[in-house]
Design a protein around this ligand. Structure first.
Ligand code: HEC
Length: 187
C-alpha cells in the first residue's frame, strides 16, 4: 500500500513536470511569435515611410521637374529652360551652388536668356521637399543627360547640409533672379 502511494506520487510529479515543460514551451513560442510580429511591423513601417517620403533623385525629377524641364532635360524652347547641357554651366559659376539650391527653395521669376533663347517664366519653389531630396534631385540634374561630362573637375555633389543652410532666408523668386544676374556678371 505504501509502495503504491509512492509510485502514484511519482506519477503525479512526473505529469506535473510534463505540464510545466509544455506550458513553458507554449509561453516561449508565444513570446517568439510576438517578437517576430513586432519586427515585421517595424519593417513595414519603415518601408512605407520610405515610399511616401523621400524619393531618389531620378524618381523625384520625374515627379517634380520633368513636366516642365522634360524627361530628357531639354525643357521647351522659349517656355521652360533646358537643364541638359546647362546645369554644369550654372554650378561652375561663383555662387552657382547656392543659386541652384535657392531656385528650388525660393523659386525664380524674371526674364532670363540661355544660349540666345529668352525665357520669361516663373518657377514656383519646391521647398516642401526635404534637404536630402533637394540635394538628390539637383545632383541628378547635374549628372544626367551627359551633364556629368561638363561638370568642373573639382565638382563635389550637393549635400543636404548645404541645402539646410540656405533655408529660412527672406527671399522670393525675384531675389533669386537678382542673384542670377550677379552670377552672370562676369561674362
Ligand atoms: C511648372 C514648371 C516647372 C517645374 C515643375 C520646375 N521648373 Fe525649374 N524652371 C521653370 C521655369 C519657367 C524656369 C525659368 C524661370 C524664369 O524664366 O525666370 C525654371 C528655372 C529653373 C532653373 C534655373 C535655370 C537658370 O538658367 O537659371 C533650375 C536650375 C530649375 N528650374 C530646376 C528645376 C528642378 C530641379 C525642378 C524639379 C525639382 C524644377 N526646376 C521644376 C519651370 C519649372
Amino acid at each position: 500500500m505504501k509502495l503504491r502511494m509512492r509510485r502514484e506520487a511519482w506519477l503525479v510529479l512526473g505529469m506535473l513536470l510534463v505540464v510545466v515543460v509544455l506550458a513553458g514551451a507554449i509561453v516561449y513560442s508565444m513570446y517568439l511569435f510576438q517578437q517576430r510580429q513586432q519586427a515585421a511591423q517595424a519593417e513595414t513601417a519603415t518601408t512605407t515611410a520610405e515610399s511616401t517620403d523621400a524619393m531618389p533623385g531620378e524618381q523625384r525629377y520625374a515627379r517634380s521637374c520633368a513636366a516642365c524641364h522634360g524627361v530628357d532635360g531639354t525643357g521647351r524652347r522659349g517656355s521652360f529652360p533646358p537643364l541638359a547641357g546647362h546645369m554644369p554651366d550654372l554650378v561652375a559659376r561663383d555662387g552657382g551652388r547656392e543659386y541652384i539650391i535657392d531656385v528650388l527653395l525660393y523659386g525664380l521669376s524674371g526674364p532670363i536668356e540661355i544660349d540666345g533663347v529668352a525665357y520669361r517664366g516663373f518657377m514656383a519653389p519646391v521647398s516642401r521637399l526635404d534637404d536630402r531630396e533637394i540635394a538628390d534631385v539637383l545632383n541628378h540634374s547635374l549628372h544626367a543627360w551627359g551633364n556629368d561630362e561638363q561638370l568642373p573637375a573639382d565638382f563635389e555633389s550637393i549635400r543636404a547640409d548645404e541645402v539646410a543652410q540656405r533655408r529660412g532666408r527672406q527671399m522670393g523668386p525675384a531675389d533669386v533672379h537678382e542673384a542670377r544676374a550677379a552670377l552672370f556678371d562676369e561674362d
